[in-house]
Design a protein around this ligand. Sequence first.
Ligand SMILES: [Zn+2]
Ligand SMILES: [Zn+2]
Length: 286
Amino acid sequence: MTSSSIALLGVKGGPAIRPGSSMPTSTLVRMGGRTILVDAGLGTARGVCDQGVGLGEIDTILITHLHGDHILELGPLLYTAWTAGLKRKIVIYGPEGLTTYWAGFTASMVYDIDLRIHDEGHRDLAEFVEFRTIGEGVVIEDAGLVVRAMRNLHPPVTDSFSLRFEAGGKSVVLSGDTTFMPEMSAFARGCDVLVHEVYLDSAIDALCARIGNADKEKKKAHFVRSHCRTEDAGRIAREAGVGMLVFNHFVPGDDPTLSDDDWRAGARNEWDGDIRIGRDGMVIEL
Ligand SMILES: [Zn+2]
Ligand SMILES: [Zn+2]
């Protein structure tokens, strides 16, 4: 039986990076003999290679929603995989609008892409990508691997999804970007690993002050209505009866004054199970 694992390539919520911060969101899921990339924030290609995985070994890409911290590097990643010798088509599942992003990316690179086709003899990049629109329900069902999607609560984004992977008797749920939603407990029921996004109430005011070029109140209101408190992530883990709760998509993801205990404390009030603090490059074997 093939081994299964999840690698957190980037665990920071939001597209900004600063000295000492982790990288924006992407996750590599290896289950059912497949290598699946979920989201492609800045730093994804580096993160994949750091796992010892060639870019051309990615079988499938799933994009949970169109915020920049989840798609900024999708184009550069696919382009780089192509120049690194991609030999087969990668299927990319994502919300409506992802093809607009792709068209814009390839348009921005048309000079270079045309050169590589006509001067260097590459087959057209377009032959190696296929985009499919993601919706609720079964996304992939193939050779013992089942991937399901549930629309989550990430206003004002409406096409934003949580994902559940099942293969070889193992199951993993990635919350994607979402505020607390009771339905998550049923979606994550009994899974071995729940990777859930979190924000820390007590650190939001300082974060909004640091950003500087956005309206502080609007920014804070976004975090509160669109992301999940650590307490609520702990509550979901308890209600769902998961084997392990892993935090990712930290907001803030660049505050060196916050300790692992700061992140654990709220969830610990709700659940006494195995809580891991995600880090860039962390691998969880299933
Ligand atoms: Zn995000
Ligand atoms: Zn988002």
